[in-house]
Design a protein around this ligand. Structure first.
Ligand code: NIG
Ligand code: FE
Length: 409
């Protein structure tokens, strides 16, 4: 007798290649490992997949009604700790004012920083919880989440602690104190970089508040040398790097990720073929963020096709944040990655599950349906996986199972 059995699945997308370690690039990026039948779970883990699962007796059953069963999404790049809205800026941008101009006027990251600093610990935690509830309802069962709107020792730690709230959605935490130079250090950026390296990152490690550190390497934000300083300090403190890389210009972000042994380079609109080859060689995963590319209406697109052809594994994420990507929907991301980045539907699904799990460092536990792995599983309405990216603006989720327990639907 097992705890839970999902029956009647037309397609089970395992997103697994038994015997081949992820992440998957090249042709393997399109391998969904489709089977049919059922998925049996016991004590929070998957115990059987496919037609044989249907032979097992179960305490509880979910009827997939001829739909799709697949791993819960891993959203491997979010800024899920912020308060308040920046709809005012969205309205300005719709009138033609640029993201950069809004930042120069004191909006952008600085506006979110102001709101976050004014919020109490309880308000921060409540905001995170609301976000996690919505992620779960949309079928996202694990996220990577960055601080980065605190920009002081105290407010960065408060942000990371808020992300540690008890919830069904598991959160992999990243310190992005180097998101921008806060206004109080505008005249002395060297001092802010010193504070990040010598005070914030070591304190984050001491308090066990994050596993990764990140930096926004961009013209007018942090230079290559400053970003390197931050990532090296993070590494010395015990935090592996991630990089906001080559989003608005070719600043060497992907190369820096290679140089410091970062787990990912993210955004990558201005990444070159040579950069993609270097990332493949050094095992840096490319995290692409089509919703931010869309909201910013960027003409420049990351070279997703070249990356995949060259064998550089691609992961996808929402980049959920109050400025450039106010969406939590991985469904929307799948559609946009097909339309704007030329990825195939199957490639987007691998990118949002097992490759994303690798990008968050949790691939041993989640991201694919395999016997022995944690039972983070979603049931969707369509019976053909292509419908998952084809329809957009709605969610196909019928049921969400986290650690073998139905939590929604
Ligand atoms: O990932 N690129 C930098 N940071 C965020 C946007 C932050 C904001 O506008 O609040 C991003 O897109
Ligand atoms: Fe981001």
């Amino acid at each position: 007798m097992v705890d839970l059995l999902i029956t009647n699945a037309a397609q089970i997308l395992t997103c697994a290649r038994p015997g081949v370690a992820p992440p998957y690039g090249g042709n393997a990026q399109a391998h969904l490992g489709i089977t049919e039948g059922g998925v049996a779970m016991d004590e929070g883990r998957i115990v059987e997949i496919g037609p044989d699962a249907l032979k097992l007796q179960a305490e509880k059953t979910i009827d997939a009604k001829g739909g799709i069963v697949m791993p819960g999404f891993v959203d491997c790049h979010t800024h899920a700790v912020f308060v308040g809205s920046r709809a005012d800026e969205f309205e300005e941008r719709a009138k033609g004012v640029s993201y950069a101009e809004i930042a120069r006027r004191g909006g952008g990251i600085a506006a979110s920083m102001k709101m976050l600093r004014e919020a109490s610990d309880e308000q921060l935690e409540a905001a995170v919880k609301r976000n996690l509830d919505k992620f779960l309802a949309l079928g996202t069962t694990t996220i990577e989440a960055k601080s980065g709107y605190g920009l002081s020792l105290d407010d960065e730690l408060r942000s990371l602690h808020a992300l540690g709230v008890q919830h069904d959605v598991e959160v992999v935490r990243t310190c992005l104190a180097a998101h921008t130079v806060p206004p109080e250090h505008a005249d002395n950026r060297v001092e802010y970089v010193r504070i990040v390296c010598e005070e914030i990152l070591p304190a984050v490690v001491r308090e066990g508040a994050a596993e990764y550190c990140d930096v926004f390497l961009e013209k007018g934000v942090f230079s290559f040398a400053e970003a390197q300083q931050v990532l090296v300090a993070g590494k010395e403190a015990g935090l592996r790097g991630r990089v906001h890389a080559d989003q608005f210009s070719h600043c060497g972000g992907a190369r820096l990720a290679c140089r410091v042994g970062a787990i990912t380079a993210d955004h990558l609109e201005f990444c070159t073929r040579e950069d993609a080859l270097a990332m493949k060689k050094d095992g840096v995963i490319a995290v692409l963020l089509p919703a931010a590319n869309y909201v910013l209406d960027q003409e420049q697109r990351p070279p997703a096709r070249a990356m995949i052809t060259l064998g550089c594994p691609v992961a996808l994420a929402t980049d959920y944040n109050p400025g450039s990507s106010p969406t939590q929907s991985m469904w929307l991301v799948l559609n946009m990655a097909c339309v704007r980045f030329g990825m195939s539907i199957a490639e987007t699904i691998v990118a949002a599950t097992i490759n994303a799990a690798c990008a968050a460092g949790v691939q041993k536990k989640v991201g694919s349906l395999q016997v022995g792995k944690q039972a983070d599983v979603i049931v969707c309405e369509p019976s053909d996986y292509r419908d998952l990216a084809y329809y957009f603006g709605t969610s196909p989720v019928r049921a969400v199972v986290k650690r073998g327990r139905q939590v929604n639907g």
